[in-house]
Design a protein around this ligand. Structure first.
Ligand code: SF4
Length: 450
């Protein structure tokens, strides 16, 4: 295979503002604002809407040729005026696009001037994150916006509440955020989860429209994050920056763990909380753990030795690979479009116990993955929707996982984190393999009981 340096074909990532927009939706009564042209905002909103199957609200500075030449300051000022007059959010979370970054618009200065001129009403907030899309990925954009939340809202506090912990859940589904919040609450703690897109992008149908759904962390809670005893940062790529910022600014120490997918990563997540706070998991959580281990044992013979190709967001691929290895599977190809050498380092360590040599690649694309598979096929594909072309071309069973999933349902409603999420994820994997066994079975081997 020839190595390409300067071309991406079917990228395993999307652009920074999508992640920033998703993170901003995790603040209660927040309107994400895209500082750039309408096309960017429209693409980001529609991509999120197609994944979450929920309407995603966001405003845009609506650049035209004039703004491109003279700068976007007048557009942002006019936008903020209209937004606060018409849509009345508590927070406007501004992220930049390629164009506004290239022009060099200085968002904090523009916003400060707008606030001084009375455009930002008293008690309202305009926060921002710099999200140039020619570097990083949607995961970088998510991380930048989460750090933006910490930098605008976290306050120093000499009082630390023993039962209050900050949770940075990482780039996961609304259902995952709900599950993580539930586990921490079950341990008798008050979790300040941010962002928290549960009850924002998975709202129940009530027959009424609410521009700002009830979910998301509130501004008063964000302001309390400096008085938490500890921060649990889930996922190096999506949560480390905000956690270290809070440690530095407000003296809240943090533990960095992987996104809790599978038994080992969930154990480490809970152990981190136990070490920091002294809280213990409940009996029902231990029962869930036991059930997941039981399932892993029961289905082991379907999974052992199966070769898997994994791609997607680095924090998710790292945790998922560990879960698969713990079940005797072989994640032989591990690809992310997000740059960062720590991806290769972590996965080398995770796969070192397995009896296989994986190909681990950061900042790579699905065309590269397809070439690997053509040279040596796998038994299962796991990743976002964009892998369906490989699945069809090579006729390989496919479990959709990660972001975005545009052609299946349920991903944002059923968690894959924690012990309960692990059970759901494991059943999906096993059932996909069993479906394939049925499909491929010759008449004489087609069995009722597998
Ligand atoms: S890559 Fe840049 S120009 Fe393209 S949609 Fe994303 S922000 Fe807009």
């Amino acid at each position: 295979m020839t190595t390409r340096q300067a071309l991406r074909v079917n990228p395993a990532k999307t652009c920074q503002p999508i992640g920033a927009m998703y993170a901003a939706l995790g603040i209660n009564r927040c309107l994400p604002h895209s500082h750039g042209s309408q096309g960017c905002c429209s693409y980001h909103r529609s991509h999120l809407t197609r994944h979450y199957k929920e309407p995603v609200m966001a405003s845009t500075s609506s650049f035209t040729e004039g703004a491109s030449v003279f700068g976007g300051s007048p557009n942002l000022r006019q936008s903020l005026k209209t937004i606060f007059q018409v849509y009345d959010p508590d927070v406007v979370a501004v992220h930049t696009t390629c164009l506004s970054e290239t022009i060099g618009d200085d968002i904090p200065t523009i916003v400060k001037k707008a606030a001084d001129d009375g455009i930002v009403p008293e008690g309202k907030w305009v926060i921002h994150a710099s999200t140039p899309s020619y570097v990083g990925s949607h995961v970088t954009g998510f991380s930048n916006m989460v750090k933006g939340m910490a930098s605008y809202f976290t306050r120093e506090s000499s009082v630390k509440h023993k039962d209050q912990v900050n949770i940075l859940p990482g780039y996961v589904e609304p259902s995952d955020m709900r599950e993580i919040k539930g586990m921490v609450s079950e341990m008798g703690l008050k979790p300040l989860v941010f962002p928290d897109t549960s009850d924002v992008l998975d709202t129940p149908k009530t027959g009424e429209y609410h521009m700002y759904p009830r979910g998301g962390i509130t501004v008063p809670d964000l302001m309390k994050t400096g008085s938490s005893l500890h921060t649990m940062a889930l996922g190096q790529f999506s949560s480390l920056d905000a956690a270290s910022y809070m440690d530095h600014k407000a003296n809240v120490p943090f533990t960095l763990v992987d996104i809790p997918i599978g038994v080992k990563a969930t154990d480490r997540f809970l152990q981190g909380i136990m070490d920091a706070t002294g809280a213990e998991p409940t009996g029902s959580m231990l029962d869930d753990r036991g059930r997941l281990v039981d399932m892993m044992t029961d289905y082991q013979h379907y999974l052992y030795g199966k070769k898997v190709a994994l791609w997607g967001d680095p924090d998710q691929v790292i945790s998922l690979a560990e879960f698969l290895v713990s079940m005797g599977m072989k994640p032989v190809y591990l690809v992310t479009g997000t740059p960062g050498k720590v991806f290769e380092k972590r996965l080398t360590s995770i796969t070192s116990d397995g009896n296989f040599e994986p190909v681990i690649a950061q900042n790579q694309d699905l065309f590269y993955l397809h070439q690997l598979i053509k040279n040596e096929p796998v038994d299962l594909l796991m990743g976002n929707t964009y892998g369906k072309y490989i699945a069809r071309a090579e006729d390989i069973p496919f479990v959709r996982y990660g972001f975005p999933i545009l052609d299946r349902a349920g991903h944002s409603y059923f968690p894959s984190v924690g012990y309960r999420g692990g059970m759901h994820l494991l059943s999906t994997i096993v059932n996909t393999i069993l479906d394939r066994m049925d499909r491929d079975a010759p008449e004489e081997r087609f069995e009722l009981v597998l």
